[in-house]
Design a protein around this ligand. Structure first.
Ligand code: ATP
Ligand code: MG
Ligand code: MG
Length: 377
């Protein structure tokens, strides 16, 4: 049986391993964290991401390497790529790790972005603010996730506070115009080793404090945005010679798509595909990186996903719901941490709204579900 090596042992690795098993693919997960949630399938422990002695053993035991964690250092990805097939390739990973390189590539590929400027000094921040103005967001170029490493500049006088918070970041910063977007969408896409390319229906997403809170798929009333997003994702994937699943996070403003960021891996906004699509993002990622034919990316109905942040609510209302699905990542509760999710599916939008509304009511999550319920109306 082929062995898929996964760098990073979080919930994405666990869901990849669960999708790999029926394909006859074994997985070997490595992580440097002792409490990695894919622990059940993670016998290999690294001291850190440059622990080449342990990585040597890992490389010898696996046929293909992929990522649950996109911030594996570029040196480690290149070192592995000299020994074993690594998908997505280290160049694609490197671009997606750096917001400046990523947005520059988006524009080269015809995807507009919020106005942005690189910022390396306090004076540089003033120069960037002179061009972009407030409101804007100062972000670290690297290593940010779940809204961490960001400072919202509401007015120009916030510049000092923004610099105090983020100025010491060694990897540089980027200032972005704040986009008063109408909605947030993501496109999940997959490209195989021989260039077959597919996308799932667009997903609509809502964030709270920079963390994904709810997703709805297929996103209602997207019209021509579906084919537009598909064409942009394909251009990006071909440009990077990308293999595997990736997500492109998009803002919709004045009917146009703006690129926020890409995730070079399976993505939280695609979790609904496990129960709500013919082939899940996890299965298609495994198929793609192992050189197997890709599966159908159509939705099998309508799906909504609740993200559980910090603490898990009671599972029973979801388990009782028709076509309700529970995912407990087995993690310790911690403020802001993704500890699980639930997906609810239905054959039509009205039935989905009724199921989501009932779960939200019983769990007292009305506020979390409200925007998705409005969109379903
Ligand atoms: P992720 O967990 O998705 O990797 P992240 O830390 O990389 O998150 P972003 O995706 O940059 O953060 O931002 C998180 C959220 O903050 C976005 O989904 C969006 O809701 C909001 N946001 C980010 N940038 C902007 C912007 N320029 N204008 C308006 N809202 C923004
Ligand atoms: Mg991100
Ligand atoms: Mg994001």
């Amino acid at each position: 049986q082929p062995v898929l090596g996964i760098l990073g042992g979080g919930q994405l690795a666990r869901m990849l391993a669960l999708a790999a098993a029926p394909l006859g693919v074994n997985t070997l997960v490595v992580d440097s964290a002792a409490d990695a949630c894919a622990g059940q399938v993670a016998p290999l422990r690294l001291a850190d991401w440059s622990d080449f002695a342990a990585l040597e053993k890992f490389a010898a035991e696996v046929d293909v390497v992929t990522f649950d964690f996109e911030n594996v250092p570029a040196d480690t990805a290149h070192w592995l790529a000299e020994r074993v097939a690594v998908f997505p390739n280290p160049r694609a990973l490197a671009v997606a790790q750096d917001r400046l390189a990523e947005k520059t590539l988006f524009r080269e590929c015809g995807l507009q972005t919020p106005a942005f400027e690189a910022v390396d000094t306090r004076e540089g921040l003033d120069r960037a603010l002179a061009k972009i103005d407030a409101p804007s967001i100062l972000k670290t170029r690297r290593l940010g996730y779940d809204g961490k490493g960001q400072f919202r500049i509401k007015q120009l006088s916030d510049a000092d506070a923004a610099w105090e918070t983020l100025g010491a970041n060694a990897h540089g910063l980027i200032l972005e115009a704040f986009v008063p977007f109408k909605r947030e969408l993501s496109v999940l896409a997959v490209r195989s080793r021989d260039g077959d390319f597919r996308v799932w229906p667009l997903t609509q997403n809502w964030h709270t404090d920079g963390v994904l809170s709810m997703s709805l798929a297929p996103a209602p009333e997207v019209g021509a945005l579906q084919s537009r997003a598909e064409a942009l994702a394909r251009t990006l994937a071909e440009h990077l010679d990308y293999v595997g699943v990736f997500a492109l996070e998009l803002f919709v403003k004045d009917g146009e798509l703006l690129g926020n960021e890409m995730a070079p891996r399976v993505h939280n906004s695609g979790h609904w595909t496990i129960e709500g699509a013919i082939t899940s993002q996890f299965e298609n990622h495994v198929r793609a990186v192992l050189g197997l034919p890709l599966g159908d990316t159509s939705a099998s109905g309508f799906s909504a996903m609740f993200n559980w942040i910090g603490v898990l609510p009671d599972a029973a209302p979801v388990l009782r719901a028709i076509d309700g699905h529970w995912h407990d990542y087995g993690k310790q509760s911690r403020p802001g941490r993704k500890v699980g999710h639930a997906t609810v599916c239905a054959q039509d939008a009205k039935t989905l709204a009724a199921r989501v509304g009932e779960i939200a009511r019983v769990l007292k999550r009305e506020e979390q579900a409200a925007p998705a319920l409005r969109a379903l109306r």
